[in-house]
Design a protein around this ligand. Structure first.
Ligand SMILES: *[C@@H]1O[C@H](CO)[C@@H](O)[C@H](O)[C@H]1NC(C)=O
Length: 199
């Protein structure tokens, strides 16, 4: 009787492992970059596809200071140093996105892109970045943001203009809210809420 119980347990564990692996492979299947024929086949089935809505919540860490900055100033105009709004400066970033606001919080992805300071009279960023989601559920699926970010306002609305992987043909809205800002270093932690529609 005890022997039978052990066998059943081993079989159950094996079944769970196989099921987990299958789910993982199926989920990751479309997250990887597909070859052109597969992308074509995906579009051919699109008229039968249902539109999905995904909501995401995470924190964005933009760090200039310390030993491992994730944002760098790559250009600035001669007038940037005198400008109250830093007009004419451009930064490149590869910023971590985390579950919670603490820097040690689990990583869910990265924001790779650049932003330029484009406001003469008020501080405004032109943001052009790709959010790359690294957790197993999303593979390396991306969402692209291109929009205006008036950083000193409480809540900012940025358009999602596209996506890849599970976020193909995405459109939507990201709202950004500053959680922490150090005006001396420029370091910021920003809370993001994303609503994306995709297929
Ligand atoms: C703000 O940044 C400055 C310069 O890097 C640093 O000396 C200071 O400790 C920072 N303040 C906070 C509250 O993080």
């Amino acid at each position: 009787m005890a022997k039978l119980g052990l066998k059943a347990m081993v079989a159950a564990v094996a079944l769970v492992l196989v099921a987990t692996a299958t789910t993982l492979i199926l989920t990751l299947g479309r997250a990887k970059a597909d070859d052109p024929e597969k992308v074509d086949a995906w579009f051919a089935r699109l008229s039968h596809a249902k539109r999905k809505t995904t909501r995401l919540h995470f924190y964005f860490h933009d760090t200039f200071s310390g030993k491992s900055p994730t944002t760098v100033r790559v250009a600035e105009a001669a007038m940037t140093k005198e400008s109250q709004t830093l007009f004419g400066a451009v930064n490149i970033m590869d910023d971590p996105l985390t579950e919670g606001p603490e820097p040690e919080s689990p990583l869910v992805g990265r924001a790779q892109g650049f932003y330029g300071l484009v406001g003469l009279d008020s501080m405004a960023l032109l943001m052009d970045m790709n959010l790359v989601f690294t957790s197993p559920k999303y593979g390396s699926s991306t969402l692209s943001i291109l929009g205006r970010n008036p950083v000193l306002e409480t809540s900012r609305e940025l358009p999602i203009v596209g996506g890849t992987g599970i976020f193909r043909l995405a459109s939507g809205i990201a709202t950004a809210k500053t959680y922490f800002l150090n005006l001396t270093s420029g370091d910021a932690i920003v809370e993001y809420n994303v609503v994306a529609m995709h297929y």
